[in-house]
Design a protein around this ligand. Structure first.
Ligand SMILES: *Cc1c(COP(=O)(O)O)cnc(C)c1O
Length: 458
């Protein structure tokens, strides 16, 4: 958008934003020169900006607005609860109706055995809670030294010091290092990018084998837990080989290591099950969830705790010294409760599994698989990642000084589609309520923007 064409509202708010707002995960200096896009409102899968442009939100906000924008039921749930009780804590041997009801509602959709719920406000805080809880579990069991947590390169587990330390994002480790200790990492199961000549199956075994090697290197009796996202989201939507999680599961069982699933993106229907753990047959001892829990209408997160850990915590006659002022915040809990009820009423998980998910995956491949920029498409349900390549026959990636993902993302935004770039991967995670016609529109726009991107670099 050129300076001359901007309307006054846009110009004013860009100036205001530039003078006082530091943006997350952003080069704020560069942004201030360009001017932030001002999003004004949303309805269904669409957003509008201050220039009046209508944009199809292929990212559901930030992987979270699963039930779409403008849901009055969620707005009213929050309003009604705020009128009655806007806040009370859950520390002082007190509870309130929304927190108690939401805990039960979450337990009704989690995999069997994960029936106790601890509340926090963000995915990062839920992940921090997992770190604290699994270490406390082993301490209660008389093994305080069994405290190493193993995660993976290019994993995303949030941006608190705990979450950033646990995740495998090198750009984050470089800032604010050294972070939390007792964390080890293994390779990610990124078959298209890192498997060389290995088949998916061979690669799945090799990546799981890396876990066993790491466990043996640090000593099985020192390892508390392995944590992974069922599908890596912020790392670029990386779907592991089909045999990967089964192998990981066996290894953790062999050495008596807890399994944690970070379900912040995969949870609440994204992959066509309530949780990614169900899609990939993972048997987690503990799971973090956030984003889709409230469709992003208010911040809330939770940790679902399996019987093994919850019974140890409950039977241990002492406080668990962890929590947040807003753990189980009544208004946020009321919204999340209504959100899950709506998902059930509208059979949205079934819609993703058997209708719109397969349709989206098929249409996306029809639109983009034969495009010269498309190296590989992976995804399931309503989440997908596309590797952009310079030469698809030779599987040659673009040089790192050419930010192909950013170029593509800009074309998308300017043509009314939000697709996110993660390095040279384009990712999609639209609202779960997206219709067939909207999927068609999304795919047409994506094709057009891939063409424009190709022109930009030819
Ligand atoms: C987004 C995300 C987080 C962090 O959630 P915040 O609410 O941003 O703190 C943690 N884990 C995963 C898998 C995520 O996608």
């Amino acid at each position: 958008m050129s300076e001359q064409n901007k309307n006054a509202v846009t110009a004013d708010y860009q100036a205001l934003d530039a003078s006082h707002h530091l943006h997350p995960f952003t080069n704020t200096g560069a942004l201030n020169k360009k001017g932030a896009r001002i999003i004004t409102h949303g309805e269904g899968v669409y957003l509008w900006d201050s220039e009046g442009q209508k944009i199809l939100d292929g990212m559901a906000g930030l992987w979270c607005v699963n039930m779409g924008y403008g849901r009055q039921e969620l707005v009213e749930a929050s309003y009604e609860q705020m009128k009655k009780l806007p806040f009370y804590n859950t520390f002082f041997q007190t509870t309130h109706m929304p927190a108690a009801e939401l805990a039960q509602e979450i337990a009704s959709v989690t995999p069997e055995g994960l029936d106790h719920i601890f509340f926090a406000n963000s995915g990062s805080e839920a992940v921090d809670t997992i770190i604290r809880m699994v270490r406390q579990y082993w301490a209660i069991k008389g093994k305080p030294y069994k405290n190493i947590i193993i995660s993976r390169e290019n994993a995303y587990h949030g941006s608190t010091v705990g979450g950033a330390s646990l995740g495998g994002m090198s750009g984050m480790h470089k800032q604010g290092a050294p972070g939390v200790g007792g964390i080890e990492r293994i390779r990610q199961p990124y078959w298209y990018g890192e498997a060389g000549d290995m088949s998916e199956e061979e690669f799945g075994i090799a990546c799981a084998q890396a876990l066993e090697e790491k466990i043996l290197a640090v000593g099985p009796d020192n390892v508390a837990c392995f944590i992974g996202e069922p599908i890596q989201g912020a790392g670029g939507v990386i779907v592991p080989p089909a045999n990967y999680w089964g192998e990981i599961q066996k290894i953790c069982q062999k050495y008596d290591i807890l399994v944690a699933a970070d379900e912040v993106i995969c949870g609440f229907g994204r992959t066509g099950s309530w949780f990614g753990s169900q899609t990939f047959d993972i048997k987690p001892d503990i799971m973090s969830m956030a984003k889709g829990l409230s469709s992003g209408y208010l911040p809330i997160s939770a940790v679902a705790v399996g019987e093994r850990i919850s019974s140890a915590l409950i039977e241990h006659d002492d406080d668990f010294n962890h929590g947040f002022t807003y753990s189980g915040h009544p208004a946020a809990a009321a919204v999340a409760l209504k959100n899950i009820q709506l998902m059930k009423e509208e059979n949205i998980v079934d819609y993703v599994a058997n209708d719109i998910g397969p349709y989206f995956q098929q249409k996306l491949r029809e639109a983009l698989a034969d495009h010269p920029l498309t190296g590989h498409i992976e995804g399931t349900g309503l989440v997908a990642g596309i590797a952009l390549v310079k030469d698809k026959e030779k599987k040659e990636f673009f040089p790192s000084d050419l930010d192909i993902g950013y170029i593509c993302r800009e074309h998308c935004f300017n043509n009314g589609l939000i697709m996110r770039a993660v390095g040279s991967r384009m990712v999609l995670s639209p609202p779960l309520v997206i219709t067939h016609a909207e999927v068609d529109e999304l795919c047409e726009k994506a094709r057009l923007c891939f063409d424009l991107t190709l022109q930009s670099v030819s």
